[in-house]
Write a protein that binds this ligand. Structure first.
Ligand code: DAH
Length: 341
């Protein structure tokens, strides 16, 4: 085979391999095997010593031409690879601005919190301050100073979790009453929301842990009319302007007289429906005039000061307002349920 034929063969083989390469790396293999130190073209150059001196320039020229042809093909192929790569990258990074945006998942308030904020808003509007007391409480504040001494039957009704003989998980936010009165800063106008505990079995209306909002007002010349006016206004703001209230005599150890307040059913307007179990009324809270003995035990002179108190269940309000028929739903944290509020 002549040198010319050999070069043509080398060149066409190189071009074929370049044409067949599937990625940039294989181009490098082609470069090594044809143009590298031990490559086919280099071998031809090494054979120059056997070529007649007068033919050497011609052969040299042919080798250079072959090398140039191979390098050109290689460069073209490399560019083709690069632009294909770039096109692919652009395609992957393209953002379709017409696609609907992803909504960031955002949490929201629990129905209990919504109800509490509503109650707070109403009382703050009437000049009340929101204060909090401890959940782990002395028997003294939870029972004793509220006129519930050792052996009182009310203590059994509100059976709770004892830390020791003197410390309990509070059964009622009424415990905050004595703590505030003891401070002796008069007059008092507070509400106190918070968690309370009782050793109750879980069912649709009971839970060993739930929430109450206590209210307390102490000033001079306070009458039952003030209590009624305040709570009637509260009921109207909470359940609607049409809401009527009704007070039924009741007994609480720390108030005298005591009452339970019902509101006219906001579903049927008082005619009687499934919601109010046909009675037209819904029981909503306990209240009364603060017992003189309670005032005394807290260092307040009942001859000068008096007042009223009330206690309302937060879950009860949330269940009523949002027409939830099982209290357990409030605590199961089922996102499908909670999303609705
Ligand atoms: N603490 C009472 C309870 O848990 C509710 C209550 C009734 C609070 C009458 C009061 C009140 O302040 O005056 O059943």
């Amino acid at each position: 085979m002549s040198i010319k034929e050999n070069l043509e063969r080398i060149q066409s083989e190189a071009l074929a391999q370049i044409g067949a390469s599937e990625h940039v790396e294989s181009l490098n293999d082609v470069r090594v095997s044809f143009l590298g130190k031990k490559g086919a073209l280099t071998a031809v150059l090494k054979g120059m010593k056997d070529v007649a001196p007068e033919d050497r320039p011609k052969v040299g020229q042919m080798v250079n031409d072959a090398r140039a042809a191979i390098e050109k093909a290689m460069e073209e192929k490399r560019q083709a690879f690069l632009s294909a790569l770039k096109a692919e990258k652009i395609k992957n990074e393209t953002i379709d601005v017409t696609l609907p945006a992803k909504k960031p998942a955002q949490g929201h308030r629990h129905p209990n919190t919504i109800a509490l904020e509503e109650v707070e808003r109403i009382f703050i509007g009437m000049g009340y301050e929101v204060v909090e007391g401890p959940e782990v409480e002395y028997d003294l504040y939870n029972f004793e100073k509220l006129n519930i001494p050792e052996g009182h039957p009310a203590k059994d009704e509100q059976d709770t979790f004892y830390i020791n003989k003197n410390i309990v998980l509070r059964t009622q936010t009424s415990s905050v009453q004595a703590r505030i009165m003891e401070k002796g800063e008069l007059p008092i106008r507070i509400i106190s929301p918070g968690r309370v505990f009782r050793s109750d079995e879980v069912d649709a209306t009971h839970s060993p842990s739930f929430h109450q909002i206590e209210g307390l007002l102490i000033d001079k010349n306070i009458t039952f009319a003030d209590l009624k006016g305040t709570l009637a206004e509260f009921a109207k703001q909470l359940f609607g302007e049409e809401t009527k209230v009704k007070f039924r005599p009741h007994h609480f150890p720390f108030t005298e007289p005591s009452a339970e307040m019902d509101v006219s059913c906001f579903k049927c307007g008082g005619k009687g429906c499934r919601f109010c179990k046909g009675s037209g009324w819904i029981e909503i809270l306990g209240c009364g005039m603060v017992h003189p003995h309670v005032l005394e035990m807290c260092g307040i002179d009942p001859e000068v000061y008096n007042g009223f108190a009330f206690g309302v269940g937060l879950e009860r309000i949330a269940l009523l307002k949002y027409e939830i028929d099982d209290m357990r739903l409030l605590y199961e944290n089922d996102i499908r349920f909670l999303k609705q509020f």
